[in-house]
Design a protein around this ligand. Sequence first.
Ligand code: PLP
Length: 449
Amino acid sequence: DAPDPRTGAAVKAADRAHVFHSWSAQGLIDPLAVAGAEGSYFWDYDGNRYLDFTSGLVFTNIGYQHPKVVAAIQEQAGKLATFAPAFAVEARSEAARLIAERTPGDLDKIFFTNGGAEAVENAIRLARLHTGRHKVLSAFRSYHGATAQAINLTGDPRRWASDTGSAGVVRFWAPFLYRSPFYSTTEAEECARALTHLEDTIAFEGPAGIAAIILETVPGTAGIMTPPPGYLAGVREICDRYGIVLVLDEVMSGFGRTGSWFAADLYGVTPDLMTFAKGVNSGYVPLGGVAISAEIAATFDKRPFPGGLTYSGHPLACAAAVATINVMEDEGVVGHAAHIGATVLEPGLRELAERHPSVGEVRGTGVFWALELVKSRETREPLVPYNASGADAAPMAAFGAACKKNGLWPFINMNRTHVVPPCNVSEAEAKEGLAVLDAALAVADEYTT
Ligand code: PLP
């Protein structure tokens, strides 16, 4: 007889037999069998409950199983579960309207995709066709997705295995004062030098061949490096001067994560194209897209856009987006993210940094925080080497195990832990998570010198 599929052991066994997992050596992983989730928590089949400080992969911006979004998906399934993209469909029209109302400036046309990487692919396609140019500049310390073009734009080790020649991609260094590529000592210096470096890169690559610069408004997985004041405005000005399309990737930073609808709002910058996904519907049904400026949209008024997807603007995903945006509006979720960041997470994390020698830097905004863990605050040597695995990564693994033992599911990337709970995390939950981090950092401290 087949095992009862409702037990954790059966779920795990079928997973190990048949599911091929992302980014993993298949024989070395041990995925937790999840029985359920609600709000900021999920639980396994053995009665262990975890506070999710990762929001999945930084996408459950309104937490798990929000009843209004679940109901909207059920209602849409009953009404019109699917429909082809060439038609005008209520859920799609309404999602596009609600998104366009919130995206900055004149980004008023929405091309829907199934996720972030496809949004990046199509943003680059739009930029190349609009400008008639080919090269694209992207930053080291970035992530833009795992499809062919998006992974080549990515500036972290996930690219290395798929780097097939980069097809016109040129990478540059964006500002990051704590590990300044420009040996800067102040934010102002870092900003000025990063802009000069970008201009030099453009000059030597040939501005007439450059279609776009793509940047995460606040780089996410690469370390939540909030840009110094003036940097994004400077990039905008450079793009305007050379006729280069500015693409801001807000797949992770958008929809409330930074305590504003989009991180671009924090810096007063309007890109020409903006990619989104994840938080647009809290990841309940796959959805992403590109918000397009009036000028770029006009390029395709008479000329067909040569791109499309069977499920572009899928009704179930769009109904989930409509419900999510309405919930965020009705429940003041974006303002809450800013408030909880300023009043609980930031002071709490800074207080932890004071007491734990393993914390080299605390940075972020809203519900988007990184702790940079180091062997020594003085030398800033990372607690584990760049791209470490196996035994080299042991200190971070020990830190992660200490979090899980005490009921916190942590986001860990290289020598960093990111504090990225849902945007509607309560004060009590945020404090509960900080207390677990406190205990786990004591484990990390043991690896400092
Ligand atoms: N861009 C950014 C900034 C991301 O963080 C991600 C995913 O983490 C992507 C693009 C790719 O999105 P997806 O995994 O939905 O393709």
